[in-house]
Design a protein around this ligand. Structure first.
Ligand code: PAF
Length: 286
């Protein structure tokens, strides 16, 4: 497995592979890898990628003041051994000064789909994500890139950016990985201790409750979102942020009864800010 630490090194590696006609797949991460991350590399192989690449970069520009940039869990040695086991061929590990040299002035701002939901609660977050992902794309030069659907709004932002800026990269969404008890896998789950870990289940419980109602015929998106909200608000250790019903493609709010809807939820539990979502559609869950 090759480790590449600067944009020039990474780009050199990618250009050489492209000249050989290799199809490059890419799954960017902030490290602290779990099974959900590791599933991304299998998805890239299933999409016909000959070269499977990863990046590990805790991107400071997507964290707001007072957020967890400093304490975000970092474990490069263990991440690299997991990536090696997953058959990843190259890992891009830039430093902050390589990504943001002094004097950088350019950002990528996806104006529509970045608004609302996490965009309102984390000002500047999606600008930081879009900017770093554009830079990672320019260094890794993938044909296909895969992102987890747990960060549903992030995936929508990246799809929009890739289309609007003509990256020519196929963007693929990967299903959420859950612990056996339903908690969506997240690097931030490491912040949860015993009581908070149990309390964190209120998000997935709310989504599953709404899925049950949908299965029983409920098609009112506001009623479905209200079911999620009441489950989270019923958990004393959780601070509810939002529960919303959105169109899975556009992320626009949906109000008329619908046979296809994504429910998105966010809450704070102890030191962790958690998000989760589910897409419900007639004929079965997505
Ligand atoms: O989802 C993440 O881990 C990050 O937001 C990403 C896409 C790697 C950009 O820093």
């Amino acid at each position: 497995m090759e480790l590449l630490r600067t944009p020039v090194e990474m780009r050199g590696w990618a250009d050489a592979r492209r000249r050989e006609g290799r199809r490059i797949g890419f799954a960017p991460t902030m490290g602290c890898l779990h099974a959900g991350h590791l599933s991304l590399y299998g998805i890239l192989r299933d999409r016909g990628c000959d070269e499977v690449t990863a990046s590990i970069f805790v991107n400071p520009t997507q964290f707001g003041p007072g957020e967890d940039f400093e304490k975000y869990p970092r474990d490069e040695a263990s991440d690299l051994s997991l990536l090696r086991e997953a058959g990843v061929g190259a890992v891009y590990l830039p430093g902050v000064a390589d990504m943001y040299p002094e004097g950088s002035q350019t950002v990528v701002d996806v104006t529509g789909v970045s608004k609302g939901l996490c965009g309102d609660r984390r000002p500047g977050h999606f600008q930081g994500v879009a900017t770093v992902v554009a830079k990672l794309f320019n260094a890794v030069r993938p044909h296909v890139a895969v992102f987890g659907e747990k960060d549903f709004q992030q995936l929508a932002v990246i799809r929009r950016m890739a289309r609007d800026l003509d990256f020519g990269i196929e963007i693929v969404g990967a299903p959420i990985f859950r612990e056996d008890d339903g908690l969506a896998m997240s690097s931030r789950n490491r912040y949860l201790d015993g009581a908070d870990r149990i309390a964190a289940l209120c998000l997935s419980r709310g989504l599953f409750r709404a899925a049950g109602l949908f299965g029983a015929g409920e098609r009112d998106p506001l009623a479905l979102a209200a079911a999620v909200r009441s489950e989270v608000e019923g958990e004393p250790r959780a601070t509810f942020e939002y529960a919303e019903a959105r169109n899975p493609e556009t992320l626009f709010p949906v109000t008329p009864p619908t046979g296809r809807v994504t429910l998105l939820v966010a809450a704070r539990v102890g030191p962790a800010r958690l998000i989760d979502n589910i897409t419900l559609q007639e004929g079965g869950q997505q």
